[in-house]
Design a protein around this ligand. Structure first.
Ligand SMILES: [Zn+2]
Length: 597
């Protein structure tokens, strides 16, 4: 019986194999060229074969994984045409904002041509000029609806005088400037830099790393290799394994600015071209390297269930960006501490800065952290004048939740386990073993399993916008958070200004209560004209007391108005973290592990 069954299965296998090879093989390839780079255009030719007789819906993503905003990439497309292999024009019609329908006809080959306008400088948008092309793939490549699984080849025809192509995509042997993606998820996760970037290479944690310096600043290659290697080695230690064979850093240099976007085996970083010249700027750059590299594990592989497989058509909602981004933000600083770039005091200062940023923002007590993640699409990525009053960032508050979970785990396990072990256990289980995303409940369950205690208290801080009792966690390391402004009564006027115009009004401030508006121009206070620097406001406030009423002359839409602003006491804090007076040996042991002393 068992034999018969095996034979039958074997036969079925043969029949199925014949059936599938009888079907024409579906193939997709792209040719990218640059006829008018100075006008910021790329020409894209998509060649499809094996779709004879089908009605094809071609799509372009509307967002890029890692950057949670609908960016409407198809808005940059023009002159979309379809031709059959024998040169016959095919009808191609738009069905919705990011879908084009083509009737394939009887020819096996279809050529779809379009032009992409690329002039937005960021790590997640394409940019082309006469000096280089940065191709952010979600806004460049169309895919066949429901066929993300198909492989693709991409051939780049660099503009004259462009010599290099940097990308995490595999090279196709024997074909110049041609790259291979085993499916469109890989293609969409592989940005491409074409131009005259300076390139250097090094090996760290057994992985070949390539660094493409675009519009290069004054960096020292040897120093960068040494520092990046240390960070990569330290990040790899957390998970015990580095999943890549090759990894590419594409680093864009601007006059100012920054940011990064993580990919499976590459990243795009933005850096000031002067960043390498001062230590603090350079530390910021190394922090960015640590952040994006930590994403190799956290979010690119260990990921919340809604973040992969992706739906490129619309928002992909998750309540867990405080893990994916917040914990990554906790580790970007922690890795710099572990590698010695921060000493104990500067690391604690970084933590207190985060605490201050979170606690001094009115939105912290309005928006729960899990909702900050869920609503990233409409809030975090679309800030407005009222954001400070109504939202909290899952980056810095998520980092603080990471700190609480780390300290709680260290305490509960007597220093034998920490947040590293929770993340590693999650990675081993949900990426390596199950190869799927985790649910909210699964993360909590694993954290509790590793720590051996309930994490209910920490999840209350995630799911409710309630004040965090930091000291009940810091005490585990014999430390405490002190507000240096305790006991002081400081008046709270509550606006920020740009050229004397109000840009934000803080909830609960005098300006908020009195009805000073965003966009009001502050003209005079107590009869004194504000000069262009706006310093007059600072001077008057420095002499004011809680309860004073300031007479504020504003211009609102050209109409002069006098508004009395009564100054309440500020609730803003200025924190330090310090040792308690007599820490126990156990507290000191945990502190030593936590802070890598
Ligand atoms: Zn990140």
């Amino acid at each position: 019986m068992i034999m018969m069954r095996i034979r039958f299965t074997f036969l079925l296998f043969i029949v199925m194999t014949i059936a599938s090879t009888a079907q024409a093989q579906k193939k997709i390839s792209f040719e990218i060229s640059f006829k008018e780079p100075q006008a910021h255009y790329a020409e894209v030719q998509m060649e499809l074969s094996g779709f004879k007789g089908e009605t094809l819906d071609l799509k372009m993503p509307v967002w890029s994984p890692g950057s949670y905003l609908i960016r409407e990439y198809p808005k940059n497309l023009e002159s979309v045409t379809a031709t059959s292999g024998n040169g016959k024009q095919l009808a191609i019609n738009k069905v919705n904002k990011n879908t084009w329908r083509v009737e394939a006809g009887n020819d096996d080959r279809i050529l779809v041509n379009y032009r992409v306008y690329a002039f937005e400088i960021s790590v997640r948008t394409s940019f082309i000029d006469e000096s280089h092309a940065f191709l952010s793939p979600t806004g460049v490549f169309m895919y066949v609806d429901n066929r993300i699984d198909l492989p693709a080849e991409v051939t780049i025809h660099p503009h004259a005088n462009w010599e290099h192509i940097s990308t995490g995509l595999e090279k196709v042997k024997g074909k110049d400037n041609t790259f291979y993606a085993s499916d469109f998820d890989i293609l969409f996760d592989s940005p491409i830099e074409v131009g005259n970037q300076e390139i250097f290479e090094f090996t760290a944690s057994g992985v070949k790393h390539e660094v493409a310096m675009v519009g290069a600043g004054s960096y020292d290659e040897k120093v960068l290799i040494k520092d990046m290697t240390r960070i990569i080695d330290e990040a790899t230690k957390v998970f015990g394994v580095n999943p890549n064979k090759r990894y590419v850093f594409i680093i864009h240099h601007y006059a100012s600015g920054g940011g990064g976007l993580e990919h499976l085996n590459s990243t795009v970083l933005g850096a000031s071209r002067f960043t390498y010249q001062n230590y603090n700027g350079y530390l910021g750059f190394l922090g960015l390297v640590a952040h994006e590299y930590f994403h190799v594990w956290n979010v690119k592989r260990l990921r919340p269930a809604p973040l992969g497989p992706f739906n490129y058509d619309e928002e992909n909602y998750t309540t867990n960006l405080w893990v994916s981004e917040g914990f990554t933000a906790y580790y970007d600083n922690l890795l710099l501490r572990r590698t010695g770039y921060y000493d104990e005091n500067s690391y604690l200062k970084v933590l207190t800065n985060d605490i201050g940023t979170v606690e001094n923002r009115a939105g912290n007590l309005i928006q729960p952290l899990s909702l900050s993640s869920f609503d990233a699409w409409i809030k975090q990525y679309r800030p407005d004048e009222n954001s400070v009053n109504t939202t909290i960032s899952y980056y810095n508050k998520g980092a603080l939740i990471g700190m609480l979970m780390d300290l709680k785990t260290l305490q509960a396990t007597k220093g034998t386990k920490r947040l590293d072990d929770i993340l590693k256990a999650m990675y081993d289980e949900y990426y390596t073993k199950l190869d799927r995303g985790f649910t909210d409940a699964e993360f909590k369950t694993m954290a509790e399993k590793v720590a051996g205690v309930s994490m209910d208290d920490i999840y209350e801080y995630v799911n409710e916008a309630k004040p965090i009792d930091y000291n009940s966690y810091l005490i585990n390391a014999g430390m405490e958070l002190i507000n240096q402004l305790d006991g002081y009564s400081i008046p709270n006027f509550g606006v920020s200004l740009a050229n004397n115009r109000v840009t934000t009004v803080s909830r609960g401030s005098g300006a908020w209560d009195a009805g000073i508006n965003v966009r009001d121009e502050l003209v005079a206070i107590n009869g004194y004209r504000l000069d262009e620097s706006g310093r007059e406001l600072e001077r008057i406030l420095s002499g004011a007391k809680v309860g004073d009423v300031l007479e504020v002359l504003v211009s609102r839409d050209g109409i002069m108005k006098t508004i009395g602003v009564k100054l309440p006491a500020s609730t803003k804090a200025d924190y330090i973290i310090r040792s308690i007076e007599k820490p126990t040996a156990e507290q000191l042991k945990i502190r030593k592990i936590w802070l890598s002393l």
